[in-house]
Design a protein. Sequence first.
Length: 266
Amino acid sequence: MEEANITESRNQYIAKSNTLIQRSRYSLTLQQQRILLFLISKIKPTDTADQEYTFRIGEFCKVCGITASTGDYYATVKDDLLYIRNNGFWLKLEDGRLTTVSWLNKAYIKSDEDGAEITVKFDKEMMPYLFQLQRYYTQYKLKNVLSYQGKYSIRLYEIIRSYYTQRDIERMNDKEIVFSAQEIRELLLIKPIYPAWTDFEKRVIKPAVKEINLYCDEFEVTYQTKKVAHRVSMITFIINPAHHSLRKAKRREDKLNRIPNHSPVD
C-alpha cells in the first residue's frame, strides 16, 4: 500500500450519530476499536447497511500504523472480528429503555498468497446510527484517534467531541460538559472493575485526558469533580480551544508512524 493511499485512508471521516456516542454502553479493546473505526471510515454518505466493505489485513495494519506479523494478525484480527460480531451492546432509547444493538451482521475471510482479505457487512440496526446521517451526528478523521494507546482515550474523545461541535472548534468556544459520576462510569466501563473513584480516576480519566491533550489539535480538556457526603457525585469537563495545534498534529503523525505491534489482549 503506497504512502499516498495510507494518508488518504487516514484522512477518511468517521461519522456517528450523537445518540450512538452518548447513549451506548460497550467495551472493546484498543485494537477492536481501531478495527471498528477503520470499518466505519469506509462508509460513504450514500451507503446503506446492505453495503459490503472489503479490505486486507495488511491494509488495516499500515493505515493504523501497526507492524504486521502475518500469522499473528491473521489470527488476532479474525478473533477480534468474531468478538465484535458476537458481542452486541446496550443503547438507551429516548423513553429511557435500554435496547440491544449489534455492530456487524457478517464477516468473511479469504486467504491467498498475498495474505488475507476481509469482507464485512454492518448490521441493519446500525442504519440510523452510521448511515446517511443528516442531523445530530459527530464527524472526525480516522487519524484523529489512531495515535491513542488507551482504549478509554478514544471513547472519551468521542464523547467530548460529540458535545464540542465543529462550530465550537471554528469559533474557538469554551464549553463545560457535566456528567454524574455514575453516568461517566457507565459510558466508559461496562463492568465495575474500578469501584473506587480514586482508582477509576487514576486508571481511566487521567490517562485519557492526558492523551487527548497530548495529541488532539481540536481542543484541550481539564476536569473538576464535585463531592457530596465525601463522595464524588459529578464531574465537569472544561473544554477550551487547543493551543499549539500544528505542534500537536505533528506529534500525532510522528506517533502514528512509529506505533509498534500491539497485542489483542488489552
